[in-house]
Design a protein around this ligand. Structure first.
Ligand code: NAP
Length: 443
């Protein structure tokens, strides 16, 4: 969701990048995109990358302009006229659709919207998910699926000390959800969540894992020579399945993994008003990463009044002037250079799709920055004439009644959030209404 553009002074052709000027444009008043609105509130250590961003944004050669929606308030062409190079790094702000009947019933939410809701993403602040049922079905076997399952089942005392929004904490306090099934269309050898996240779920206080040992028959042998992360992950699932006590333990809540079940339809209640479960097609798979889920012809109904679709994120095109591959949800590019558009670059999930952790996205952005510098040195970027940068863009925005938010404005919002959180013993209480953010800084 972050927007980066570089303004290189005219004497840059032979000089180094230590003279580059970088302006960052962001749609929301506040920075940090997925780190603020996607990373789970109980994973504060993952948010440390905010410190690196802050250090960069405070540099004399970097400016932050929040509250500017590129594609709406200013076009990419206008940015290209104002800067020598423009890097699109706006991530994946939509979710993949299941494309099955019943997907739009009440009680069905995308995991992306649910995550946005508890993390204070302004567009999801009114979601009010219905948590009045006992069983939730999470469709997908990725880390986002584990995140939402963990938040649904976490003891409130753990969440209370995080930056989860007060309104979602209040809703979770009234939640009746006590059982979460994570449903995958393939088998245990193809789950895409990772070891650390699974272990955290297994160790969640007050919640009992329910894994069927029969799902893992012969798998210890099958992963003997698998890459280490897959081997460790499978061994952890097997160990958990085998260690389960035969009798139910005292845990008030439980969760489990259901494999080889491909969602076919979200089933409505008798009055047709909301979801009551999901019909799944049973599938067969193989042992490799690329094994396909092949339907056996058998189906099964899984009961659950809350259905969270966690099957991946999706980038959207933001300006007709920018090439976009709708099938893969990425900007077509070579090493971050947008195909057919010299001077235009991309980075992050919009460059390579919604996979990988923050570190992989950072490394990916370093590669794109390298491509910009190589093009600068090779003369692909025409820096003979200086460009006005924000001087030009600021006039365009003024003429359209758009008032950007500076980094020091954000620091005021940040201080207000931290102060509000302090009273409740939280690291911050996020402001979820952009209008309130703007009022706070006198816009
Ligand atoms: P993901 O890892 O790609 O997982 C998506 C899941 O949805 C897979 O199990 C996939 O199954 C399934 N799926 C896709 N299409 C489906 C369909 N039509 N029907 C049924 N199932 C379907 O995506 P994610 O969980 O959204 O995570 C995105 C990225 O963020 C990942 O790289 C993840 O590791 C990262 N992340 C990391 C953390 C962390 O480090 N703690 C937290 C959150 C997210 P198939 O494999 O069969 O396609």
């Amino acid at each position: 969701m972050l927007y980066v553009s570089w303004n290189c002074p005219s004497d840059m052709a032979s000089a180094h990048h230590d003279r580059a000027q970088v302006d960052i444009y962001e749609k929301l008043p506040v920075p940090f995109g997925l780190v603020r609105f996607g990373v789970a509130p109980d994973h504060p250590e993952v948010k440390n990358v905010i410190n690196t961003f802050t250090q960069t944004a405070r540099s004399d050669r970097c400016s932050y302009y929040g509250n500017v929606a590129v594609g709406r308030d200013v076009t990419v062409r206008e940015l290209q006229q104002a800067y020598h190079a423009v890097v699109l790094s706006y991530g994946a702000e939509d979710s993949r659709a299941l494309g099955i009947p019943g997907e739009n019933l009440a009680g069905v939410y995308s995991a992306r919207a649910f995550v946005g809701w508890y993390n204070g993403l302004p567009e999801n602040r009114h979601l009010k998910p219905d948590l009045s049922c006992e069983t939730a079905l999470v469709l997908g076997h990725g880390n986002v699926a584990l995140d939402v399952a963990r938040i649904l089942l976490s003891p409130l005392d753990l969440l209370r000390k995080t930056d989860i929004t007060a309104s979602s904490l209040a809703a979770l306090a009234c939640s009746r959800v006590k059982r979460v099934w994570l449903v995958g269309r393939r088998g245990p050898l193809q789950v895409s969540f990772t070891n650390k996240e699974l272990r955290e779920m297994i160790n969640l206080p007050g919640a009992r894992p329910v894994l069927d040992p029969a799902d893992f028959t012969g798998l210890a042998n099958a992963v003997k020579d698998a890459p280490r992360p897959r081997k460790r992950l499978t061994e952890l699932m097997i160990k958990t399945a085998l260690e389960q006590p035969a009798q139910e333990t005292a845990a008030a809540r439980e969760w489990g993994l259901r494999f080889q079940r491909s969602p076919q339809e979200v089933l409505p209640t008798a009055d047709g008003t909301r979801a009551r479960g999901v019909r799944v097609a049973l599938t067969l798979g193989g042992s490799g990463d690329s094994a396909q889920a092949v339907p056996t012809g058998e189906v099964e109904e899984l009961e659950g009044g809350l259905v969270l679709s966690s099957i991946g994120y999706r980038s959207l095109p933001l300006d007709p002037a920018v090439p976009f591959d709708p099938r893969h949800g990425v900007i077509p590019n070579s090493s971050g250079r947008v195909r057919g558009a010299p001077g235009l670059y991309c980075s992050g999930w919009v460059k390579r799709g919604p996979t990988g952790v923050i570190m992989s996205t950072m490394n990916d952005s370093f590669d794109t920055a390298q491509a910009v510098l190589e093009d600068l040195q090779a003369g692909v970027l025409d820096v003979a004439a200086s460009r006005e940068g924000f001087g030009a863009v600021g006039s365009i925005l003024r003429s359209r009644g758009v008032r950007p938010v500076s980094f020091s404005d954000w620091e005021k919002i940040d201080a207000a959030e931290v102060a509000r959180g302090k009273a409740a013993g939280k690291p911050r209480e996020k402001i979820v209404d952009p209008e309130e953010m703007l009022q706070l800084i006198g816009h």
